[in-house]
Write a protein that binds this ligand. Structure first.
Ligand SMILES: [Zn+2]
Ligand SMILES: [Zn+2]
Length: 83
């Protein structure tokens, strides 16, 4: 396993991706929640604050994982949020 951060985002499977995989890949690249793009201190581009795309709160669970519901709240300790 190499840890070349530049390649981390791209498929390294070495074969043509199916349309479904391409869509999933596309969604991952566009999504900046912590689940899709964990902070990696070797990759400076990944180290920044994640905000919920809907309410803009960093403590909204959706900022941690896009699969969680937006709570429209910046309350600390919300279920699912890493903050
Ligand atoms: Zn996501
Ligand atoms: Zn939200």
């Amino acid at each position: 396993m190499s840890n070349e951060s530049n390649l981390g985002w791209l498929s390294d499977k070495g074969y043509e991706l199916s349309t479904h995989e391409k869509q999933a890949e596309f969604a991952r690249k566009r999504c900046y929640c912590h689940t899709c793009r964990p902070i990696d201190y070797k990759d400076p581009d990944s180290v920044y604050m994640r905000l919920c795309p809907i309410c803009g709160n960093k403590r909204c669970p959706k900022a941690t994982d896009h699969r969680l519901e937006c709570t429209n709240s910046n309350e600390a300790g919300q279920e699912g949020s890493i903050y």
